[in-house]
Each structure stands twice: as C-alpha cells, then as structure tokens.
Design a binder for this molecule. Structure first.
Ligand SMILES: [Fe+2]
Ligand SMILES: [Fe+2]
Length: 403
C-alpha cells in the first residue's frame, strides 16, 4: 500500500525541488503538496495522510499552528517540521505537536530515511486501539531542543567536542545533571569531569546525546500522578543496563559506533514503560499487580492485558524520533524469544545486558528473574559466553553503581 505524504511550504520553488528530489520514491509514496496551512487541512480532510512535513514560516497559518491543528484533527499523522536556523522561536512553539525537526536545506537521503523510519515505527504497535491512544498522548515527550541542536550540528559536518559541549553548557540545568551523571559510579571514571566539553571528549558525543535523551524522557514523566513502578529504580536499571551493554560490546571488539548504539538502545530500552504508565495508568496498575502476585514476566502480562508490550511502545517513540534503525530494532526485541539472525547484533547485546542487570542486581524480589531464551543463548555461543560476559561486567563494578 502506498503511503500518502504531504509537504507544505509557501515557497513553490521548495515544493518543486522536493517533488523532483522525491521522484525515486514514487513506487512507495504518493506525494502531495500544499502552499498554505489552509490548503493542507483541506487536502487532509479528503485524503488520509500518513505524514505531514511542514515549513515553519508561512503567511496566514504558520507551521506551528498547522501542526497543532493536525495533531488535534488527525492525531495519527506523523508530523515533521522543516525549519531553518532562524526559526528558533517557532521551533519553541511547535515543540508539542512535532515528532521531528528537519533542518533546511534538507538532504534527500536524510529526509527519506527519517520519514520511512517514522512510518515503520507505527507498524511496531500492532494494536490499533493502543496506537490511537498513543498518537493522542498529550504529553508524548518531544525531542529536547539541545538534542536537536546537536543533531543539526552533526549534520553540518564534524563538530569539535568543544562545539557540542558549548551547546550543552548553554542549558545550565542540563549541564549540571549531565556532569552529575558522568561523575557517578555508572561511568567509573578515574578523574573528575568538570565541564560539558570535557564530558564530550571523554565519553563521546553519542553517549552525551543519549544521556540528554534519557534525562529528558525520565523528567517528562516525573510529575505523572500514579506510578505502577518506581521511577528511580527503573532509571538506575536503565543506566546500569547501558553500561553493561557497552562493556559487552567492547569485550566483543565491536567498533565504537556499534558500542555507542548498544549503549543508547540499552539506556532507552524500557522507556515504553513510562509511556504506557502515563497513558493507561489503570491497565498498568493491573499489569504490575499481576506480575507481583503471580511472578510472571512484565512483557507477557502486558500482552495479555494491553495487547502489546512496553518494548513495542518504546521502539515506536524512538522510531518517531528518528533514532538509528539498529537502536529501534534492539529496543523492540529486548523481550523477544527468537534471536536476531544477524551475527552478534546490537539487539542481542541489549537483550543480554538487560538480563545481566536483572541477574546481578536484584532490585525487587517480587519480580520474576528473567532467564535467557534458549534460542537466544545458543545464538551468542551458549552459557559459557554468558558467564564470560557476566564476569566482565562484575569486574567492571557496574553492580556497585547501585545507589
Ligand atoms: Fe523491558
Ligand atoms: Fe529492562
């Protein structure tokens, strides 16, 4: 089935350019073009669009206003904003209704990839009712501004750690949190890091970016009234799992980028729990009660009660945000029974990092300790491999990082 994608820009030259640029996609996409917000809404009333990509500065109804209306009237449409460097104020106004920002002038490959990934993210949620509910989440966390700025800096070329550090440093609260984290036991660094610039040099831009993301997601959910589980415990579990994943990736000699992906995926592997708790608190309460009473796995009970798992929901959010495909894939598979057919993949590392953390650190005795699926254990080389990883993790002192 072809996807309907709508592009909105008052500059017809830009629309022409997009039309030309996206010609190779015509087998898969039906592209539509509108020169104003009004025209876009009229088109959307007739044709169900999978995604809307809108310019920010337009006479009459501007980008933020259009995306707000799209969110209200067509909540399941994916919403992208195309923004120039001078549109900071508008970006601020459009944060709530926007899934992703694409910086102008945009690169064809990047735009196509981002759209394809966001569209396929929705397929991760098989349950239509829950998908509708998720699409309507008022507080679906959006990518933090600092993250967007770093991403566009990376897209421009090869920024120095100082450039990245400077962006982080502009947000005083965020810098303080990042410094607190990088100096915590999770990282086990030999020396004290005192500036964001140093943090970028020591840990790399990808790790810093993922810490920004996870701090942001966890903070977005902090004020939520009822919680079926402890937020600090989940946070600690995610931080440790990330460190475990990186340790395993390094032990296996994976290149830096792969190790970074493993780290990011592990750090964010359980964000779906936060989303589900915010959106269906009563159902989640039931899920966790059942889990505690009958000592069953969270993902199994979620499937029974909600028709999907936190793994799918988390991957859905990360896909909408445009995180790398490998990261999304690893998140969706972190409770699956079957191994990834690829050789030692990020998905396997994240799966075992999660297990290792539950194995080494018992943070709630009422939960069933997960055991490895035989097929996945076999895929990494059996129990010896698992024990070797466990020894490496214990040697790293990751478990000692429990506060
Ligand atoms: Fe999980
Ligand atoms: Fe987990």
């Amino acid at each position: 089935m072809k996807r309907n994608i709508l592009f909105v820009d008052d500059d017809t030259n830009i629309l022409q350019g997009l039309r030309r640029m996206l010609r190779p996609m015509r087998e898969k996409w039906e592209t539509h073009f509108a020169t104003s917000g009004q025209e876009a809404l009229e088109l959307m009333a007739r044709i169900k669009m999978d995604a809307v990509v809108s310019d920010m500065r337009m006479p009459g109804m501007d980008g933020p206003e259009l995306l707000h209306r799209v969110k209200r009237e067509h909540p399941d449409a994916i919403r992208f904003a195309l923004s120039g460097y001078s549109d900071q104020e508008m970006v601020g106004r459009s944060i709530a209704p926007t899934h992703q920002y694409i910086t102008k002038p945009c690169d064809e490959k990047m735009l196509v990839e981002a759209l394809e990934q966001a569209i396929s993210a929705r397929e991760l949620v098989p349950n239509k009712t829950v998908l509708d509910r998720l699409a309507r989440i008022e507080h679906l966390p959006v990518l933090p501004r600092v993250y967007n700025r770093i991403t566009s800096e990376l897209a421009k070329g090869d920024p120095s750690p100082k450039d990245i550090g400077d962006i982080v440093a502009q947000d005083v609260g965020l810098s303080a949190n990042i410094l607190k984290l990088v100096n915590s036991a999770y990282f086990g660094l030999a020396r004290h890091i005192s500036t964001p610039q140093q943090a970028v040099i020591v840990l790399g831009v990808n790790v810093i970016r993922s810490l920004i993301l996870s701090l942001h997601v966890f903070q977005s959910f902090e004020p939520a009234g009822r919680q079926s589980f402890s937020l600090p415990l989940l946070w600690a579990h995610c931080m440790r799992t990330a460190t475990v994943a990186r340790t395993v990736a390094q032990a296996e000699g994976l290149p830096r980028e792969q190790a970074d992906h493993a780290y990011i995926a592990a750090l964010l592997h359980d964000v779906g729990k936060l989303l589900l708790d915010a959106q269906c608190p009563d159902d989640c309460q039931r899920v966790y009660e059942t889990v505690r009473q009958s000592n069953r796995r969270v993902a199994d009970v979620e499937t029974e009660v909600l028709g999907l798992t936190h793994a799918q929901v988390g991957a859905y959010l990360l896909g909408l945000w445009g995180l790398p495909g490998q990261v999304v894939h690893a998140v969706v598979r972190h409770h699956a029974a079957e191994p990834d057919p690829a050789q030692l993949s990020i998905a396997e590392i994240v799966y075992f990092a999660n297990l290792l953390d539950h194995d080494i650190v018992v943070f709630n005795e009422h939960y069933a300790r997960p055991t490895a699926e035989p097929a996945r254990l076999e895929a990494i080389g059996g129990v010896e491999k698992y024990e070797a990883w466990k020894a490496a993790v214990i040697a790293m002192g990751v478990a000692a990082a429990v506060e």
